[in-house]
Design a protein around this ligand. Structure first.
Ligand code: ADP
Ligand code: ZN
Length: 661
């Protein structure tokens, strides 16, 4: 780093934070971590996504002598990471398989000449003797092991090359190591420490709460229509991620959104590599793109302004759910995590577990993960408290999840459960038959459908005993019984069968308090909801309506600048910084320099452009021009291409690591 006036003295951490990153103060435990590593100590850092892990190694690398070597599995993102640092005036480079020999040589020379503050390396590259000798010949200030959970063998992101990282300490015993991850489970924590030889390192474990994320889980009835409603009413013009289980539903959903005039692109491992990379680049670089993806998308996506993450299918575990939803709101601004969940999800997932490869222990572990996820879906308590409890952390009812905002009512479902279970029992006992939820509910409601008549089910004594509940309510009962293990699904057709525990309910030894099905209503009111002005982006929180035209002008300036420089928009400035500029309307370069997120390098590079954009937008002093009228009328709504329960093919899903090299 070249600090203009202070190149002779060693900068301290706080100075670097101000001058390079343009931030006022450290967040959470950043300062303690940084001090520890600057002093040469090893550290293991568990911090949620958006917690600010990067600064924990970037600042020590800038303060200590030599180059900080960052080991990261995310080759596709190294260029963006280096661009972001370069924009801050930090001297950064990377070595990976995407470079030609000339590019590689240039980076190696910069390292050997001491002209690099940070060097990003893929783990497989570090394993080569050539790379190790290179590092011997230069000065390494620290090793940062990013995404450290990749060393955990039973985790879903395991990377064999990470195992070799235990040699860092043997080969370079004097160089401090800092391992970082956003994975919160105790098991992974222990495994990272053991495999990287970090038992004696200082462990920093932050709270895994993400207070700016509003968690919502809604009953699924027409997922595409529900998703469209969410985007139209709350996230028009926002960047978001929509997760689907299968590649086919990714395609279908992306096409549907695009038809509705939403800037949506698809991403899954079955697409050709070029289109996939282009779609990812658009999402990262431009404002307001929605990516519809399988779970192959997202590891390490450090786009800070993702405003919503929507799940159209149930995640397989609470860890997965937490990680995927965690990609929303890294910048700390309000964001939504929305999941539509239905009976079919439970049936589908149970079927997948039943048909999965691996032994009984493996299947049991999958089932336990699913059960925890179902319990989160069916809880009448605060979602956040549940989520944190899963990671062994305490929490208070949060006031920013659906159950806190619109408390879920519960009802005594014992009798309903008995009716349902005894229908399953009678079919099995009297007819030697098994059926799926649809037929059972038809019987309970007394519907004389063709299938009911065909099987003579209207002659059963339970026929019509459940006419008092709607189909949605019955489906909810089935879901909750499945979640509680009082009912099970079996076989290819997802037929319902009793479990060992069903007898307790049938025999009246167990009562059941159930979550009342809510009519899928409009979004619960957000505490600090941004006001809206027709089509286009919402007025961000804390932004007075009058500042909107200025903010929009700044965003337009940012988009043009980013395009010109070939970097993502957020690399130029974050929304929060633009918002502060739009409200404070700095008139001079000095004033602009006091805005959060404006460091010295960015000030030098962008002050002129910003001040010009401000004066063109009629600020400060002159009255701001009125906001542009919205040109397009809202598009007509269309029926969703599919209702609930799309056909499902397990081979059509992606493992989470497919986007890596
Ligand atoms: P993580 O890697 O833990 O997900 P990042 O390092 O990407 O998080 O940081 C998340 C966001 O918070 C980034 O946009 C970063 O610039 C910002 N940030 C980090 N530390 C601070 C701080 N001390 N003050 C203000 N913003 C910060
Ligand atoms: Zn809550």
């Amino acid at each position: 780093m070249t600090l203009p006036d202070a190149s002779t003295e060693i900068p301290d951490a706080l100075q670097v934070l101000h001058r390079v990153f343009g931030y006022d103060s450290f967040r959470g435990e950043q300062q303690q971590v940084i001090d520890h590593v600057v002093a040469g100590g090893d550290a293991l850092v568990l911090m949620p996504t958006g917690g600010g892990k990067s600064l924990c190694y970037q600042i020590p690398a800038l303060v200590r002598e030599g180059t900080g070597v960052v080991i990261s599995p995310l080759i596709a993102l190294m260029q963006d990471q280096v661009d972001a640092l370069t924009a801050l005036g930090v001297r950064a480079g990377f070595l990976n398989s995407t470079q030609d020999p000339d590019e590689r040589r240039a980076v190696e020379h910069a390292f050997l000449d001491g002209r690099l503050d940070l060097l990003y390396l893929a783990p497989e590259r570090l394993r080569t003797e050539g790379t190790q000798r290179l590092l011997d010949r230069g000065t390494v200030s620290l090793f940062a092991i990013d995404e450290a959970h990749c060393v955990a063998q039973w985790g879903h992101d395991f990377r064999p090359d990470y195992l070799a990282l235990s040699m860092l300490h043997e080969r370079w015993p004097k160089v401090p190591r800092i391992a970082l991850t956003a994975t919160a489970t105790e098991a992974t924590h222990g495994e990272i420490a053991a495999r990287l030889g970090l038992e004696d390192a200082r462990h920093f474990v932050a709270s895994f709460d993400r207070p700016n994320i509003q968690y919502r889980i809604v009953p699924k009835n027409n997922p595409l229509k529900q998703l469209l409603e969410l985007i139209r009413t709350e996230h028009d013009g926002d960047a978001g991620v929509v997760y689907c289980l299968s590649r086919a539903s990714v395609e279908k959903t992306a096409a549907f959104l695009a038809e509705q005039g939403i800037d949506a692109v698809a991403y899954h491992a079955g697409m050709d590599a070029r289109t996939r990379a282009a779609n990812q680049a658009r999402f990262l670089r431009e404002d307001g793109v929605v990516v519809v993806a399988t779970i192959a998308f997202g590891m390490g996506i450090d786009k800070p302004d993702v405003r919503f993450v929507a799940h159209l299918d149930l995640p397989k575990s609470v860890e997965g759910y937490y990680q995927e939803t965690g990609r929303a709101g890294r910048d700390g601004e309000p964001a939504t995590a929305w999941l539509a969940y239905g009976l079919q999800d439970v049936v589908q997932q149970r079927k997948m577990i039943e048909g999965s490869e691996g032994d009984e222990t493996h299947r049991r572990s999958l089932a336990m993960h699913l059960d925890a996820m179902l319990a989160l879906c069916e809880t009448v308590g605060c979602r956040r408290v549940r989520l944190l409890a899963y990671f062994g952390q305490p929490g208070e009812p949060c006031g920013n999840c659906d159950t806190c905002l619109t408390p879920a009512e519960s009802w005594d479902g014992t009798v309903a459960a008995q009716k349902l279970l005894s229908t399953v029992w009678r079919l099995a006992r009297e007819r030697r038959q098994k059926f799926g939820a649809g037929q059972i509910i038809d019987i309970l409601q007394g519907k004389k459908t063709a299938k009911v008549i065909q099987f003579d089910h209207d002659a059963l004594s339970v026929f019509g005993v459940g006419a008092d509940l709607s189909t949605a309510e019955w489906r909810s009962v089935v879901r909750q019984l499945l979640a509680l293990g009082l009912l099970a699904v079996e076989g290819e057709y997802g037929t319902l069968v009793l479990t060992d525990a069903s007898g307790e309910v049938l025999g009246g030894r167990r009562t059941l308090s159930m979550r009342k099905e809510k009519v899928p209503a409009a979004a619960p009111a957000r505490k600090e909801s941004g006001s809206r002005s027709g089509k286009g982006p919402r007025v961000p929180v804390d932004l007075p309506e009058a500042a909107l035209p200025v903010f929009e002008a700044l965003r337009a300036w940012r988009a043009a600048t980013a395009r010109e420089q070939g970097v993502p928009a957020y690399v130029v400035f974050h929304d929060a910084t633009l918002r502060e500029i739009a409200t404070r309307l700095p008139a001079t370069v000095e004033e602009l320099g006091t805005v959060n997120g404006v460091g010295e390098a960015k000030l030098a590079k962008y002050a002129e452009g910003i001040l010009e954009a401000l004066s063109e937008a009629g600020a400060p002093g002159s009255p701001a021009p009125a906001a542009a009228p919205s040109e397009a009328a809202p598009l007509p709504r269309q029926a969703a291409p599919y209702e609930d329960e799309p056909p499902f093919d397990p081979d059509d899903t992606d493992p989470p690591w497919d986007d890596w090299e």
